[in-house]
Design a protein around this ligand. Structure first.
Ligand code: FMN
Length: 149
């Protein structure tokens, strides 16, 4: 699957006031009418039970200069400090939005499908915007990449 090049996102949620986020490249645009997106979440993650209960998430699409953000939000050892030093806003659903990202989609969970050791969370997009026009962060064969000039 590493042969398939993707963008990189941080999927955030908030449960009982507590923000959480993790790096995800399984983000897919699913439907235009209604506007639906999906993300596949490992059942072993901290995020999985949080998303199941909060039923909200925001997808933050990372820029090429946010590789460190991606590494931090994928690192269990940094789970408690992932948001330290990051500028965030709060989306309409209450999910954190990471400033400096390219764009975000703020969603309410409308379906959860079983997918083996992952679950497929389908979100209805309640709000979305482009923060800025910068090159995207890419992931391919286990390495971070950028667009060629
Ligand atoms: C580039 C990249 C993409 C990833 N995509 C996903 C994904 O789509 N779904 C997933 O469950 N984990 C994905 N991960 C792994 C999670 O980011 C990692 O397990 C994280 O520590 C989970 O955080 P949590 O357990 O604190 O919620 C990805 C990691 C990287 C580096």
């Amino acid at each position: 699957m590493g042969a398939f090049a993707t963008g990189v996102t941080v999927v955030t949620t908030r449960l009982e006031g507590k923000p959480h986020g993790f790096t995800a490249n399984s983000f897919t645009s699913l439907s235009l009418e209604p506007p639906l997106v999906l993300v596949c979440v490992d059942k072993k993650t901290t995020a999985h039970p949080m998303l199941t209960r909060s039923r909200i998430f925001a997808v933050n699409i990372l820029a090429a200069d946010q590789e460190e953000v991606s590494r931090k939000f994928a690192d269990k050892a940094q789970e408690a400090t992932r948001f330290d030093g990051l500028r965030t806003a709060t989306g309409v659903t209450g999910a954190p939005l990471i400033e400096g990202s390219l764009a975000y989609a703020d969603c309410r969970v409308v379906a959860v499908h079983d997918g083996g050791d992952h679950s497929i969370f389908v979100g209805l997009v309640e709000d979305l915007a482009t923060w800025q026009d910068k090159p995207p962060l890419l992931f391919h064969k286990g390495r971070y990449r950028g667009l060629a000039p």
